[in-house]
Design a protein around this ligand. Sequence first.
Ligand code: BT5
Length: 321
Amino acid sequence: MPESILSLLSGNDAFISGQEISAGLGITRAAVWKKILGLRNKGYVIEAVPSKGYRLISAPDLAPEYLLLRIQSSLWQALIVHDSVESTNDLAMSLASRKGISSGTVLIADRQIRGKGRLGRKWESPEGRNIYMSLVIRPELAPRDVTMLTVLAAVAGAHAIQKTAVVPVRIKWPNDLVVSDRKLGGILTEVRADPDRINLAVIGIGVNVNMLSADFSEEIRSLATSVRLATGHPVSRNELIIRMLKEFEHWYGILIAEGKRPLLDAWRKNSSTLGRHVRVAMADQTLAGVAEDIDDNGMLILKMRTGERRNISAGDITFLR
Ligand code: BT5
């Protein structure tokens, strides 16, 4: 990517002089000023102090060029932001079949009209508040390991939120991010696969960032929370997106280089579920017991009162005590 004024500003917390920018970009000081005004018009807040130069104070919410610059990634190659979509996961899947979408694309929306959870459930996705993001990758994984992508996204999401906002986020098996057992985020991984390889994975991540209680429907108000509700102050969606993508890339690298173990250990460390008495509702039955561990495929190992153990691939957990 050619050097731009935005990359100079965003790579620097300190002031950068007009002289340096003009030398760096090979343009006149007057042209630098014009570009600064252009960025300000787009919503960038840039401080200008005559003896010191320029300093980027903040970027507009969900500005794709800024996010991509800050991520500086070899995994994430493209980042597309929409004001409104039906569902970022559906859009990713349909772009993939219609015109091909490259691995390493991130799709983000400010709101979703038909945001979805597992089994066709609804994901509440109002505008201006939260993160709705789909990560498109062609992972070097066997189809049987696809659940590791959900494990990966959960670990990345939990670490990113913990680091950005110092919130005690935990992972509730299989795909929830929770604070004090209230749901703050969810993950929905969808794949296109042949029997022997995954052609495309779309990892959908929804995180309630600045939702207030009144923004949730009554149905989920007492069950859900947001980073803002947990910290008591608003949190930057940009910073959280940047962290999540960096964390995802970090853990993806570990998964490919070292296998599943480190990731599963990170999941265990951040789990809200292990060691607790739970009821697991599955498609065809409900079982109760102690959530003992997860296995190498991300399945929940449930130890029942009889002492029998069951490995469960999907279900909904209720904590019993
Ligand atoms: C999930 O499903 O938790 C997966 C959510 C994935 C959402 C992302 S957003 C970007 C991408 N594009 C999409 O269309 N989806 C993905 P599940 O475990 O089935 O949980 C769904 C349940 O969570 C609902 O039935 C509600 O009870 C609850 N719920 C709905 N919206 C919520 C919200 N905003 N916050 C907390 N809980 C919510």
